[in-house]
Ligand binder design. Structure first.
Ligand code: SF4
Ligand code: SF4
Length: 288
């Protein structure tokens, strides 16, 4: 089963939930944590894994042979990302916008485009106290997170539970990280910002036909609008975590919640069991 942990905005407690869920389950199941928040991966701060391997992640970007090019403009026309432009007798390539889709080289009538490899970042892996760990890191200054997220997800084990820490927001990297999940846990807080960004995240996961539930973090602040929204939209609130100075202190020291306050382990195991029930029931319904 693949469970992704997402949030409409950063700073809601996504890392706290992903790491605590993984550590709670390590004795009960084969569990793997994939940190796909590749612009700022920080699960490693809490898991402190021993990294045992890494590889560079690259994409193929176009290179134009101007001796063959007739400056017809076809390549610029087909590029959906504006990564290539033809101005008079010049072809300009913007490698940082290129998604490496290969459309320009495939469709160039003069076969004037070859491809060269461009490194975007790295994927690395290791172990942390019973949790198998993989993370991606986008090189500073690079903008293209999806190729690294795809590579990290290729390391997912098929025979256990995979937890994916998704980048914040609702843009392309989020979709890349979430797609293929059996369930998405949305972490939010009971504030107007939390509600606004939760609603956007719900739209995204529904578009991908992935069932979702909410973890409400820092309860005790804000208002009850998130709960009202969840009730109206028939979204289960799977776990609530109060605003608590001890939880904040542990987080600031890089100590996972379930290690600093072990009584939380059962709450995270119950969270997992509720997710599993929902996924199993959905699978049964689709088989009927
Ligand atoms: S499609 Fe090929 S020939 Fe046409 S401008 Fe682009 S590189 Fe040149
Ligand atoms: S490989 Fe795709 S994204 Fe990159 S320049 Fe060519 S068409 Fe555009």
């Amino acid at each position: 089963m693949i469970i992704s942990i997402a949030s409409g905005k950063g700073g809601t407690g996504k890392t706290l939930v992903a790491t605590s869920l993984a550590l709670s389950m390590k004795d009960a199941d084969r569990v793997q944590l994939l940190d796909c928040d590749v612009e700022e991966p920080n699960d490693h701060v809490f898991l402190k894994p021993a990294i045992t391997g890494s590889e560079a992640v690259s994409i193929a970007v176009p290179k134009v042979d101007e001796d063959r090019c007739t400056y017809c403009g076809k390549c610029a026309e087909v590029c959906a990302y504006n990564a290539i432009a033809v101005l008079g007798n010049h072809v300009l390539i913007f490698p940082q916008l290129c998604h490496g889709c290969g459309a320009c080289s495939y469709l160039c009538p003069e076969e004037a485009i070859s491809e060269e490899s461009r490194e975007m970042g790295i994927a690395e892996w290791g172990q942390s106290d019973g949790v198998s760990f993989v993370q991606g890191k986008l090189t500073v200054g690079e903008a293209m997170a999806p190729p690294i997220i795809r590579r990290v997800k290729e390391y997912a084990n098929n025979d256990g539970t995979v937890i994916i820490d998704v980048p914040p927001g609702t843009s392309c990297p989020v979709v890349e990280a979430i797609k293929g999940s059996d369930f998405c846990i949305l972490v939010t807080e009971p504030t107007p910002f939390g509600l606004n960004d939760l609603a956007l995240a719900v739209e995204t996961v529904r578009e991908l036909h992935i069932p979702c539930g909410v973890v409400l973090n820092r309860t005790g602040i804000g208002d009850s609008k998130v709960e009202e929204y969840c009730q109206k939209e028939d979204i289960p609130i799977l776990l609530t975590i109060p605003l608590d100075t001890e939880i904040a202190r542990l987080y600031s020291q890089g100590i996972p919640l379930v290690e600093g306050l072990p009584q939380w382990k059962n709450s995270f195991l119950e969270l997992f069991n509720r997710v599993k029930e929902i996924v199993d029931e959905r699978n049964r319904d689709t088989q009927r």
